[in-house]
Design a protein around this ligand. Sequence first.
Ligand code: QAP
Ligand code: CO
Length: 168
Amino acid sequence: MALLDILEFPDPRLRTEAKPVAVVNDSVRKLVDDMLETMYAAPGIGLAATQVNVHQRVLVMDVSDTQDRPQAFINPEYKVLDPELGEYDEGCLSVPGFYETVCRPQRIEVSALDRDGQAFTLELDGLAAICLQHEVDHLDGKLFVDYLSPLKRQRIRKKLEKDQRRRA
Ligand code: QAP
Ligand code: CO
């Protein structure tokens, strides 16, 4: 297993649209395992391949309280079951230190392939539904800051650019 580097906003590579996985082979399984290790080490509750500069439709999450329920979604597709929006203070490993309220549908049905290439369908609600949508956004090159006002987004961008310059 290996820890992967996480891209940070406003890195333009976070805007890449990820391509579907053609076959779930050992290299995809290694990516899933490395992403889980990277997510747990952060620590985080969700990570999309885009964030580690791999532009394939793979995401991992674990929204359990005990951080012992790893889930992998390959080529995820979801439909909204309940259009009612709920608000949640979202964060992102690619936007460290910032949490802002985002509104999203509360209940979804997701279909994907698992780590063994088996298709499955799940109904998700609560944090799991929010997190899944946040991670699928990454695969489409979208970030939670895109839902904020331009002023808030600009403030976050300036602060992170400054941090990144300081570290470089
Ligand atoms: C996405 O985000 C998410 O700023 C996953 O300094 C988050 O795991 C979806 C993290 C909330 C829905 C609700 C963020 C860690 C982790 C930070 C994460 C930080 C350290 C974020
Ligand atoms: Co994120």
